[in-house]
Write a protein that binds this ligand. Structure first.
Ligand SMILES: O=C1O[C@H](COP(=O)(O)O)[C@@H](O)[C@H](O)[C@H]1O
Length: 259
């Protein structure tokens, strides 16, 4: 069920592309159109970014697209679904990777780019504990929330998929999978780095559209498990990532091979 009740969401739509390159370019084209449409309808757009291989490839494909300038980047709010809790200049940071792939190359308004907090490090700033960063991000989200919600009205929320079905940094059978706020700290994460910050299911489910983007045979079993009707989101977190209006799984042929 969506946060706060309401009608049951539509079942996911699965779109299969030939390979990871085609998937990244097709998802980029789709994303540009979605942002342009959101700006036409509401004057601005809001996107939640993901880390991970295909998530970053998609951003590179947006940058390379001949239609990249169709988006008014100064009127896009940029959020993250999860972050590795490491110093700000770490190449492991999802926000660093997104800046390098796209954000440093388009005219975003820096006051509308909202990275999650980082571990205090040599460069100054940051905080000592991921719980502090999570609480700060929840406050930032709440300050820009729409009426009746604890988070903004995200237009598109992008997610990658882990081989054990994690999305954002919600790992199977972890405290984050049952967290009730909008943002939570993650410790002892099975995938390095072990300390992270993530949006929770209630925050993910507030998005108009959730897009799970997946490439590679090594993700095929996870795709099949998460898309099994009735799959338990605590055991298979990707099963719990659903949008209010639409849930799209954009996958390559290899990732779809066990459907
Ligand atoms: O650690 C993370 O992993 C997932 C998936 O990454 P991939 O490289 O296997 O595609 C990603 O979605 C998440 O944002 C990230 O922090």
């Amino acid at each position: 069920m969506p946060a706060g009740g309401g009608p049951a969401p539509e079942p996911p739509t699965v779109v299969v592309h030939a390979d990871a390159g085609v998937l990244a370019r097709a998802a980029a084209a789709r994303l540009i159109t979605a942002l342009v449409d959101a700006q036409a309808a509401r004057g601005e757009a809001s996107i939640v970014l993901t880390g991970g291989g295909i998530g970053v490839a998609l951003l590179r494909a947006v940058r390379a697209s001949p239609a990249v300038d169709a988006v008014d980047w100064a009127r896009v709010d940029v959020w993250w679904g999860d972050e590795r809790f490491v110093p700000a200049d770490s190449p492991d940071r999802n926000d660093q990777q997104a800046r390098e792939a796209l954000l440093a190359h388009v005219p975003v308004d820096p006051t509308r780019v909202f990275p999650m907090g980082h571990l205090a490090g040599a460069g100054g700033g940051g905080v000592a504990e991921p719980e502090t960063a999570a609480a700060a991000y929840a406050e930032t989200l709440a300050a820009r929330a729409v009426a009746g919600s604890a988070v903004p009205a995200f237009d598109v929320l992008l997610l990658g998929l882990g081989p054990e079905t994690h999305v954002a940094s919600i790992f199977p059978d972890s405290p984050a999978a049952v967290a009730t706020g909008t943002v939570t700290a993650v410790r002892d994460c099975p995938k390095p780095p072990p300390t992270r910050v993530t949006l929770t299911f209630p925050a993910l489910r507030a998005a108009r559209e959730v897009w799970v983007v997946v490439a590679g045979e090594e993700k095929a079993e996870a795709v099949a498990n998460a898309l099994t009707p009735g799959a338990d989101p605590v055991a298979f977190p990707a099963a719990g990532a659903v949008g209010r209006e639409r849930t799209l799984w954009l996958v390559d042929r290899a990732a779809a091979s066990r459907l």
